[in-house]
Design a protein around this ligand. Structure first.
Ligand SMILES: Nc1ncnc2c1ncn2[C@@H]1O[C@H](COP(=O)(O)OP(=O)(O)OP(=O)(O)O)[C@@H](O)[C@H]1O
Ligand SMILES: [Mg+2]
Length: 876
């Protein structure tokens, strides 16, 4: 490969250019070797960090191997199609002979298929069939036999295969819809158990269930689970070169077939034959929000799935007694997305909608301010995480010590955390001065790149830390692992599922006392997923964490698929402590003990956020979902190939997300749950940061609101006069919020040093009240060109003493040195007018910033701002 190409690819994966150049110099221009070298880099750097690091790096040594190395071979054994494993582990002889027979029979089947005749699966001599039949045949029911006592039959199956005593209510509702041959849309929280709704029909009838699923990793995960529960299943991705699994699937060899939307479109004819032979009980469209272009995971091929409704109806297939029902399932769909789903899939008018609460009472939601994207932030923000995992390491190495006397281990582990403490000394608190700096840089950015936050900025949008590099992490490939199909024969544990532990969890949703107990309850052991917005950050954060002995790995769509597969495997085996991923990781992944989900940067939407956060605490135990975001910056969007309307929607979603972070007074869970259209009856979750800390003091900002509205109204009127007066080309001079705040500073001495960030917060509150609106009708994350509405004018002209009480939002609080009421903020502002106080404050500000940081900014004071002029004067 051309070295330039190698470098370009590696940059795309997120590696640092300097590291890449180094790697290419050492290993030459082979991309595989360069990746190996780069992923092994942490081992070289941290060989002495700790025992755990050694453990991590022996794994890291495996990651990224594409060639037939011993490690990738062993991973392949575990992860590749598992029929062999299951039959072998069941004590049967190797079945290569059987497989040959099977393949022969399959080719016959195919010949017959091409001959246009019906296909009858050659099940007789296959081991697979024996395994499959053993698992499920005793429970099969014909349609007509299912009868009113179906719940009893389901209970037996549940106990036998999954070890659960009962169906949940929503599962019962979904199954009732299926039994009455109705289409059904299931909207239920992440981790609530939607999969069971489409798995039971296969077990009950012995017919096949076809599940459309968006990612190989997800299909793989589910097949593996089903096999453990004694249900045979396979998955068919889009990039299969070997079609043998597909042939067996179409011949009815598996109870459940997972298939990606691209592949199912090619298989319609074969599926029609399957419907006539073994029978198809149900089509399930999992993660169905992918259908909607208004959702957060839009996958164009999902929209073509309406073909299912058209191709499997009684009037097109005469042998059917009813249309094969379609069940669509998701955990994140707003009302608009739901309507789009019903329409796009051509679901019948009688579609039953099964809607459960989106409330996850064991999840503690928190929002924290962080600049993210710098090493100093990593140190500050991951300090706790590192000490948690070091503590665990210490205690486990202590145990080891007692038995094996491995003194060195515990020492090196201590060193890792002590070294960290040294490095982090003094930077654990949020530096208020940083906050001010942000506010300045934000406003400066806005001036230097006009229209950056709106649709008008589409052309010249630049990458920033809030961006993902391109679509491939957002809309992950179907084939996100390096396997494209796989087969799993089900093998039940010897005595059904009695070995499965069912935790009796208290009814948290309805028991406030139990919920309150979770407030400060320490988290149990379990892995953490960190979502980072760029590929580069997945690598830099995982590298940072592994330096402190944490077993961490990066995951992004551009990394080699063999690496991704290995990460999945180790995640499921609990050998990884932290995965640092882009949004490419984890849709629908059902791992019970994930204890923390950390979003390190703004997510793109609350749908995406809630779904990603929903991967925590699936065991019902308390788990934490923390959003670290730069609360003093407006988040920006990733570039994407979307229509103008979709981009507008994307901005709207980002704006909702931003407002979630800015909110300081409403329970986080309530905000999230109501976003999905549910009325949250409880008012409070009791466990989120807002419920625990309580809202800030309410303030009467009537005077400030009046001043703001007055200035906006005057300048907008002037602008309107000018534009209507025929001055062509003056439109670009519509006063933006920054210019308006400058006017306020000039006209009102008490606000001369007030922060733009504070006024932006106030503008948001005024917008919520309906007093102002976006003047140029563009959709933005927050208002850029405020315009007073009729309601705002009424407020301005009212002579009542009616106060304007509000809770200051996160950016308003941040813009002040310490939480103060606005009157003291005004005092603080006045302080700036005193040259001595001003000099002292700026002096203090300079000493707070490290010289290196100041150098890296390279920003000259802006002579258009008061602050800039002051800084320039003082630095002379
Ligand atoms: N009736 C039940 N009783 C107890 N546990 C159940 C029941 N049904 C499902 N579960 C458990 O719930 C967990 C989550 O199941 P599942 O993966 O189907 O969730 P999901 O709703 O599809 O989540 P996601 O939206 O993230 O895909 C599984 O571990 C499953 O074993
Ligand atoms: Mg699911």
């Amino acid at each position: 490969m051309d070295p330039d190409q190698v470098v370009a690819e590696l940059v795309g994966m997120g590696f640092e250019l300097s590291d890449i150049t180094n790697a290419v110099e050492v290993v030459g221009s082979s991309i595989d070797s360069a990746i190996d070298y780069l992923l092994d880099d942490s081992r070289r750097n941290t060989a002495s960090a700790s025992t755990s690091t050694a453990c991590f790096t022996s794994r890291a040594g495996m990651l990224g191997k594409r060639g037939p190395s011993s490690s990738s071979c062993s991973a392949g054994k575990i992860w590749q199609s598992s029929i062999n494993e299951f039959t072998q582990s069941a004590g049967r002889p190797k079945r290569s002979k059987t497989m040959n027979k099977l393949n022969m029979s399959q080719s016959e089947v195919l010949q017959r298929d091409t001959g246009g005749q019906n296909v009858h699966p050659p099940l007789e001599d296959s081991d697979l069939h024996v395994a499959m039949e053993k698992a499920v045949s005793s429970s099969y029911c014909k349609d007509e036999d299912i009868g009113p006592d179906w719940q009893k039959k389901v209970k037996t199956l549940l106990q036998k295969h999954f070890g659960f005593p009962l169906l949940k209510d929503f599962q019962k509702d979904a199954l009732e819809a299926w039994l009455s041959h109705q289409d059904c849309l299931v909207l239920a929280a992440t981790g609530s158990g939607k999969s069971l709704c489409f798995q039971i029909p296969a077990l009950l009838t012995g017919k096949v269930v076809i599940v459309i699923s968006p990612l190989i990793s997800l299909m793989h995960d589910q097949c593996l689970k089903l096999a453990k529960h004694g249900v045979s299943a396979c998955f068919l991705g889009s990039g299969q070169t070997d079609r043998s699994v597909e042939q067996k699937a179409m011949a009815g060899m598996y109870s459940i077939i997972y298939v990606c939307p691209e592949t199912i479109l090619r298989l319609i004819k074969s599926l029609q034959s399957l419907a006539e032979s073994r029978g198809i009980a149900l089509f399930a469209v999992d993660e169905v929000h992918c259908v909607s272009k208004w959702g957060h995971d839009f996958r164009p091929d999902y929209r073509r799935l309406s073909v299912l409704r058209e191709s499997f109806r009684m009037d097109t297939m005469k042998f059917l007694k009813f249309d094969i029902p379609i069940m669509a399932l998701t955990a994140t769909a707003t009302t608009r997305v739901r309507e789009d789903i019903l329409q796009s899939l051509h679901l019948s008018k009688a579609t039953k909608i099964v809607l459960t609460s989106f409330f996850r009472p064991n999840l503690r939601f928190l929002v924290k301010h962080s600049k993210t994207s710098s090493l100093a932030s990593y140190k500050k923000d991951f300090h706790e995480l590192i000490s948690i995992y070091s503590r665990k390491r210490k205690s486990s190495s202590k145990n080891k010590l007692m038995s094996t006397n491995l003194e060195e281990n515990s020492e090196s582990s201590d060193n890792a955390s002590n070294g960290f403490m040294d490095e982090c000394n003094g930077i654990n608190e949020v530096n208020v001065d940083d906050v001010e700096g942000d506010a300045v840089s934000d406003s400066d950015n806005e001036v230097s790149s006009p229209g950056r936050y709106g649709l008008d900025s589409l052309k010249d949008r630049q990458l920033s830390v809030e961006y993902l590099e391109d679509e491939c992490d957002v809309v992950q490939d179907v084939d996100d692992l390096d396997v494209s199909c796989g087969e799993f024969s089900g093998k039940l544990p010897l005595k059904g599922c009695s070995g499965f532990l069912l935790h009796k969890t208290p009814d948290l949703a309805n028991d406030p006392e139990e919920r309150a107990k979770l407030r400060h309850k320490p988290l149990e052991d379990g892995p953490t997923i960190i979502y980072a917005p760029t590929r580069k950050e997945t690598l830099s954060i995982s590298k940072f964490l592994s330096k402190f002995g944490i077993k961490a790995a990066a995951y992004n769509a551009k990394l080699p698929k063999s690496h991704l597969r290995q990460v999945h495997k180790e995640f499921h085996e609990n050998t990884l402590q932290v995965i640092v991923a882009t949004i490419a990781f984890g849709m629908g992944i059902d791992k019970l003990n994930v204890r923390r989900i950390i979003h390190y940067g703004w997510p793109q939407s609350l749908e995406a956020y809630y779904q990603e956060a929903g991967r925590a605490g699936r065991d019902g135990k308390v788990a934490e979902c923390v959003l670290y975001a730069n609360l003093s910056r407006t988040p920006t969007l990733l570039p994407s190939q979307r229509s103008e309307e979709q981009t507008k929607q994307a901005y709207k979603m980002l704006s909702d997300c931003f407002r979630y972070g800015m909110n300081t007074s409403c329970c986080r869970t309530k905000t999230l749950v109501e976003y999905f259209g549910e009325h949250f009856l409880l008012e409070k979750c009791l466990v989120c940061d807002i419920c625990i800390k309580g809202p800030p003091e309410r303030q009467n900002l009537k005077a400030e609101a009046m001043i703001f509205l007055q200035v906006v109204s005057t300048h907008c009127r002037n602008f309107a006069d000018i534009s209507y007066g025929g001055y062509e080309g003056r439109l670009g001079e519509r006063p933006n919020i920054k210019a308006l705040v400058s006017r306020i500073r000039e006209q009102y001495q008490q606000f001369s040093a007030s922060d733009l960030l504070w006024w932006r917060g106030l503008a948001r509150l005024l917008e919520v009240e309906g007093f102002i609106r976006e003047g140029d009708d563009m959709t933005r994350v927050q208002i850029k060109y405020p315009e007073v509405t009729e309601r705002g004018r009424q407020f301005l002209s009212s002579e009542t003493e009616q106060p304007f009480h509000v809770y200051p939002e996160a950016d308003m609080l941040l813009s002040m040195t310490s939480p103060k009421s606005f009157s003291s903020f005004a005092e603080w502002g006045k302080g700036w007018a005193d040259p001595e106080i001003r000099r002292q404050r700026l002096q203090r500000k300079r000493t707070w910033k490290s010289p290196r940081k100041r150098k890296s900014r390279k920003r000259l004071p802006d002579s258009n701002t008061v602050r800039g002029r002051l800084t320039a004067k003082l630095s002379k």
